[in-house]
Write a protein that binds this ligand. Structure first.
Ligand code: FAD
Length: 523
């Protein structure tokens, strides 16, 4: 079904002569002479870009970067690797917003997905309802803009929209809508995938279902997503956006859990939460919400509360025709909540402005255009965890109060909000704690890119994980990063055998996505 470029046909003919004897290095050395430099580049600029990511902590140098002009280019690349006696590794790179080199490969080939440019197609089906077929390389902001033209929009998001569809579906894709609609991986109807064997397969819950569930949350280990069919709903036009401040952690979490409760009638459409400290101020690069007078009011409150406050962020969407009733609906929502009196802040914005609230961060050097904060710092040793609800009080005391506040080592936003396990499908590769409600923690650290500064934050990350281990808090990492196979086995727990079976089936020579370090030896 996919047109093969003439350059690749010539290339494949030559490769077929070599294929029985080639090694990856010999193969790679042929490429420059056979392929147009537009498709397979080895120049310093291409290599430099593919050796970096948003984290700016890991740098791995590939041998080449493939800029595919069609899906066949990727299929052919993977087939060529499979034909080698020692295959070379292949890493799909969406937008390079990983923080630990997950989209990199040392000595292999990075596939720059962004050079594919498929169309976004919106359709309707009596059984499926509205959906959009989008390329794995597409950014969510473009999916939003294209679907809004039809008065429609996806229902589950990430906070930041300049991430690729394939990149977030390889993890989970979470935000304040996930408690209600599940993560982005729970809102996919169909996928086109190129497996590690170079097979191009369409999969759904019922067709090639093992591949479908493997790839969703699969960290790119089983295949490269080239198309996803995403669930759409009628797009509301506007959002009532509210922030509430708390000094008491148990009130803060009790109210969050009340707001995400499945029994809630006419509840919010979005619920998140965050910490406010001197190093994690109310306005930050993720969102500038407060006026300067609100900021000074919050600052005074912060000083009175030992430098730590908690904030719930909730949103209620509405259609223009409901503009009259929405104010009362929001009042009903917050009426019984236990925030500090007077510390409720409201905004009314368009849906696009709300979803696109985290402005663009330039992908070339990963600095946000408009933010002074990000302009001065450029390493991001983030830690993202899922924390079981049963232990959040211990987590608050040990991590937030003792380590974060007490030791003053953080910088950057700190997110903390609950999710409902029932919205996740256990057949998918994503790993979550074994409790009905769990919290997501996002420690979105920034530091100057000096080993000393990022080491301090990495040390803090390690201490948090160690504290949880010693206290028996059964956390799971989101956007996981481990150095040893043993840690990966522990991460997957009972899913490890399934992970291995799927890897053997779909990527038996362990070609794909080596940056995670899960499968360390090439077969
Ligand atoms: P990359 O970093 O390019 O790749 C990530 C992984 O996916 C790699 O293993 C890669 O090989 C694989 N991959 C990439 N494309 C494909 C494909 N088409 N098929 C198969 N595998 C593929 N996450 C959330 O859930 N919620 C958030 O709100 C959120 N906000 C973020 C904000 C910022 C500023 C940043 C930097 C990250 C954020 N993330 C968030 C994390 C983000 O979802 C992941 O880092 C995601 O992988 C980034 O997508 P990407 O396109 O940059 O992927």
């Amino acid at each position: 079904p996919c047109p093969i470029s003439s350059q690749l046909i010539i290339f494949l003919m030559i490769i077929s002569i070599y294929s029985t004897v080639c090694t990856s290095y010999a193969l790679l050395s042929q490429w420059n002479t056979v392929l147009s430099p537009d498709i397979l580049r080895t120049d310093p600029e291409a290599i430099r870009t593919a050796s970096k990511d948003y984290g700016n902590l890991v740098h791995e140098t590939p041998s080449a970067v493939l800029y595919p002009s069609s899906i066949s280019d990727i299929i052919n690349l993977i087939k060529i690797s499979n034909n080698c006696s020692t295959p070379f590794r292949v890493a799909a790179r969406g937008r390079g917003h990983s923080v630990r080199g997950q989209a990199m490969t040392r000595g292999g080939v990075v596939v720059d997905m962004a050079s594919l440019s498929s169309r976004i197609k919106v359709s309707w089906d009596p059984l499926l309802g509205y959906y959009a077929d989008v390329g794995g390389e597409q950014m969510w902001i473009d999916v939003l803009r294209a679907t809004l033209e039809h008065g429609l929009a996806p229902i589950s998001w990430t906070d930041y929209l300049y991430l690729s569809v394939g990149g977030t579906l390889s993890n989970a894709g979470i935000s304040g809508q996930s408690f209600l609609h599940g993560p982005q991986i729970s809102n996919v109807l169909q996928l086109d995938v190129i497996t590690g064997k170079g097979d191009f397969l369409t999969c759904t819950e019922d067709m090639n279902s093992e591949l479908f569930f493997a790839v969703l949350g699969g960290l790119g280990q089983f295949g490269i997503i080239t198309r996803a069919r995403i669930v759409l709903h009628k797009a509301p036009s506007r959002a009532k956006w509210v922030r509430l401040l708390y000094s008491d952690f148990s009130m803060f979490t009790r109210d969050q859990e009340h707001l995400i409760s499945p029994s809630m009638i006419n509840g919010p459409d979005y619920v998140e939460g965050s910490l406010i400290t001197d190093h994690s101020p109310p306005n930050n690069w993720r969102s500038s919400f407060y006026s300067s007078s609100h900021q000074s009011k919050i600052h005074s409150l912060l000083q009175k509360n030992q430098g730590l406050l908690y904030s719930i962020e909730l949103v209620k969407y509405y259609h223009d025709k409901n503009a009259d009733s929405i104010v009362q609906e929001v009042e009903m929502l917050v009426k019984d909540l236990n925030f500090i009196p007077g510390f409720i802040f409201k905004k009314d914005v368009s849906l696009l402005d709300f979803l696109n609230r985290v402005g663009i961060i330039r992908s070339d050097n990963n600095k946000k255009c408009s933010s002074e904060e990000l302009g001065q710092v450029d390493a991001h040793p983030w830690l993202n965890l899922f924390v079981p609800k049963s232990r959040i009080m211990d987590f608050n005391a040990g991590v937030f109060v003792n380590m974060i506040l007490g030791q003053n080592r953080t910088s950057g936003p700190i997110l903390f909000y609950p999710l409902n396990r029932q919205k996740w499908d256990g057949r998918m590769s994503a790993v979550i704690p074994d409790e009905d409600i769990f919290y997501t923690l996002g420690l979105l650290h920034s530091s100057r890119n000096t080993p000393t500064e990022s080491d301090v934050l990495d040390k803090l990350n390690a201490e948090i994980i160690e504290f949880c281990e010693k206290s028996g808090i059964k956390i799971k990492q989101y956007l996981p990063h481990y150095d040893s196979k043993e840690d990966w086995m522990k991460h997957y727990g009972p899913k490890w055998d399934t992970f291995q079976e799927r890897k053997t089936k779909f990527d038996p020579r362990m070609i794909l996505s080596p940056g995670h370090g899960i499968c360390t030896s090439v077969m």
